[in-house]
Design a protein around this ligand. Structure first.
Ligand SMILES: *Cc1c(COP(=O)(O)O)cnc(C)c1O
Length: 369
């Protein structure tokens, strides 16, 4: 029987296992933060920012960053309608309002013009999610952010390895967040990172991340503000240190898989994939195929074709505003249209050329009817 092709799967070697084992055996007492401190330093240096705080998830990192900006009731935060729910949930939890705007047809990331039109006196931030490893139009976003005095925040959960004019994704906003969930390019099982080069914001998030206990506070069991408990464990960080030693290998492989797909599918009429304009290096987290509207190929048909080929491909994000807890924003036409006719292709580190060939056959058969 043909084997099922998974859509993501982490690459864990003896190196990661040996660090995790060391943390489990010895990383206690006075050593209980050693791997965490090391992982934070390796990661922030890799991205090129001054400060990093390892967290239990990207969602937690986002919530603490927004909380440190004092975002709450009456405030609005602009983000793309095409997003994972994790980007919107922290805004809602803080009592603020997510404002969903449309995406660009080529990068599937937030449309800067739509973002600018959505600005009101209540707007406190714009979140730039680098979707599937593609890059937001950071020149336009940073420029309009400057002009309106509104900070740009990067949700870089999907963008490890991505670069924009030579700058790493996650190094350009007021702060950025990363995810090390098991499906991401670098994994610690669950986990995330808050990054910033802003010293004040760093101090605030550090305090929030430690149950609201400021680091200068020498009274025991004394909190200065009501904070959070979104920390990463030492064992998870040990896995992360192993993954960081292999970060170039991990991101290069993602890009090689995207390029193998593009070599095979890029010339098919009516098919587009993750774009890489000259100033952009894609992180290639999720190689994605979008079928032109006029081909008439739709989600159910795409899913059925992959299912019968025993390939675990995933649907493109539904617009957040299409989901029951929000009001639909049908003006976000591109976000509402692309998700009807697109699919994420498998892209795990150890997939073979034959796996890629099998995936390409399904796409080709769909297009050629
Ligand atoms: C994975 C992901 C998150 C959430 O990451 P967690 O670590 O699971 O909280 C947030 N935003 C985007 C864009 C993601 O892809």
């Amino acid at each position: 029987m043909t084997e099922t092709i998974a859509y993501t799967k982490p690459s864990i070697t003896e190196l990661e296992v040996s660090y995790a084992e060391d943390a489990a055996r010895h990383g206690w007492g006075s050593k209980c933060y050693d791997y965490i401190i090391k992982f934070e330093a390796l990661f922030r240096d890799h991205i090129g920012v001054a400060y990093g705080i390892a967290t239990s998830s990207c969602t937690g990192a986002m919530q603490m960053g927004l909380a440190a900006m004092d975002i709450g009731h009456g405030d609005e935060v602009i983000l793309a309608d095409t997003n994972w729910i994790a980007t919107a949930a922290p805004i809602v939890h803080l009592g603020a309002t997510p404002v969903f705007v449309d995406i660009l047809a080529d990068s599937w990331c937030i449309d800067p013009e739509a973002a600018e039109k959505a600005i009101t006196p209540r707007t406190r931030a714009i979140i730039a999610t680098h979707l599937y490893g593609n890059l937001c139009d950071m020149d336009a976003l940073l420029e309009l952010g400057d002009r309106h005095g509104i900070p740009i925040i990067e949700d870089a959960a999907e963008a490890i390895g991505a670069r924009y004019r030579g700058r790493a994704a996650g190094s350009m906003g007021l702060f950025s967040t990363f995810s090390f969930h098991g499906t991401k390019t670098l994994t610690t099982g669950e986990g995330g990172m808050f990054l910033t080069s802003n010293a004040d914001l760093y101090e605030k998030v550090l305090t929030l991340s430690n149950h609201g206990r400021a680091r200068q506070q020498d009274k025991q069991f004394w909190a200065d503000v009501v904070g959070y408990k979104f920390k990463m464990s030492n064992v998870q960080a040990a896995l992360g240190c192993g993954q960081m030693e292999r970060i170039t290998e991990l991101t290069d492989r993602k890009r090689a898989i995207l390029h193998a797909y593009k070599a095979e599918l890029g010339s098919l009429n009516g098919v587009s994939m993750n774009p890489e304009p000259g100033h952009v290096l894609s992180g290639a987290w999720m190689p994605t195929v979008v079928f032109d509207d006029n081909l008439g190929i739709r989600r159910d048909q795409i899913q059925a074709a992959f299912k019968s080929a025993r390939i675990d491909a995933r649907v493109f994000f539904y617009p957040l505003s299409a989901q029951p807890m929000f009001e639909p924003v049908r003006e976000n036409k591109t976000a509402w249209s692309i998700c009807e006719r697109a699919i994420n292709l498998p892209s795990f580190h150890d997939m073979t050329d034959h796996d890629i060939f099998r995936v390409c056959r399904v796409v080709e058969d769909l297009v050629q009817g």
